[in-house]
Write a new protein. Structure first.
Length: 354
């Protein structure tokens, strides 16, 4: 982990330069302020990733890193404000957490706009942001590059099973939305055995929501998140285990939307449960995924680990949560670093990649 500490230390001169030359435009969506613009309500997905009290944590973290912060609560407001300014007056550095709307590419709007306007921003570009939401696509892509992934299938309400492929009867499966994150759409009932009854449920849910569903083989065991800092290459922090109801071995449990919404889960260092060889395998796999996907600035890779210690890729977050209750905050605390150091690191690394 010494290389991570050296990387963060080496970023400090860059942070000082950025403080002198940029103000930070913080783009977030909150339940109370995002929905209305020009006296009209904007559309958004049923379980959108709104920030509530977390907004204050992020805002304070960036301010404590020494930056002046101007918040925006929806993408249109930011775009209109920016377009009114002369380009030579634009001293913005965008800290982008916006994800409003109902469509698949909703998180890619601001990276695309910032690239058009030559405005530096945190995180990955529009292509990578959208790709990291396309679970089936990146699962197949990474499987082709030797990354261990669970068996995966797609059920479409019109064409049924993609290419006619479906799970074997009695396979343990988990049913997920195709393009969501933050455990949206996941509950305890998402885990089933594949049989005639669960087939009817998959068909009904897909028809009701008028959307394809991702069906994956369920991996029982442990769950972890690996925060990534990305400079000239990805650097993996110590894998952070997820505990549910105080249990590190989560078995058949998953991090549901209810857990995520209420922060009712805990963190621990994965090396408490697994030998160094397994932990290093997970770290190296996470950095390989970061390179293959093209993550920039920062990111996070999530795994399920079976009872034999074999990790399976579960999710890729191109703009992961960095709130006080997050694996990023836990990993920084384990290194003896301050919460605001997260934001210094992310802004400096993102400036290098723009």
């Amino acid at each position: 982990m010494k290389e991570i500490e050296n990387l963060i230390k080496d970023l400090k001169p860059k942070v000082e330069s950025l403080r002198a030359n940029f103000n930070v435009s913080l783009l977030t969506n909150t339940r109370s302020k995002t929905r209305e613009i020009n006296n009209s309500l904007m559309s958004y997905s049923t379980n959108n990733e709104f920030f509530n009290q977390e907004f204050e944590e992020v805002l304070t973290g960036i301010q404590n890193a020494g930056f002046f912060v101007e918040p925006f609560f929806n993408e249109i407001e930011f775009i209109l404000t920016t377009l009114k300014e002369s380009s030579y007056r634009n001293k913005r550095f965008v800290y982008n957490l916006s994800r409003n709307g109902q469509h698949t590419g909703k998180k890619s709007l601001i990276p695309s706009f910032c690239d058009l306007m030559s405005i530096p921003y945190t995180g990955s570009d529009a292509l990578v942001i959208s790709f990291s939401r396309a679970k089936y696509m990146y699962t197949k892509y990474l499987d082709n590059h030797g990354i261990k992934v669970p068996n995966s299938w797609v059920y479409d309400p019109v064409h049924t099973w993609l290419n006619g492929a479906q799970p074997l009867v009695e396979t343990n499966i988990i049913i997920k939305p195709m393009h969501e994150s933050a455990s949206i759409g996941l509950s305890k009932s998402s885990i089933k055995k594949y049989n005639q009854e669960s087939q009817l449920e998959i068909t009904r849910e897909s028809l009701e929501k008028n959307t394809p569903l991702l069906v994956q083989e369920f991996i029982s065991g442990f769950e972890c998140e690996v925060p990534l800092l990305i400079s000239s290459k990805p650097y993996a922090m110590n894998p952070v285990g997820i505990s549910i109801d105080g249990e590190n071995h989560v078995g058949q449990e998953i991090l549901t939307y209810a857990h995520s919404y209420s922060d009712s889960y805990g963190f621990y260092s994965l090396d408490k449960e697994f030998p160094k060889s397994v932990v290093e395998k997970i770290r190296s796999t996470a950095t390989q995924i970061g390179r293959l996907v093209g993550l920039k600035g920062y990111g996070r890779v999530d795994f399920r680990i079976n009872n034999q210690g074999v990790p399976y890729l579960m999710d890729i977050a191109a703009s992961p949560y960095t709130t006080q209750h997050s694996s990023f905050a836990f990993a920084y605390e384990q290194l003896g670093l301050n919460y605001h150091d997260i934001y210094s690191s992310i802004i400096a690394l993102s400036a290098n990649s723009n």
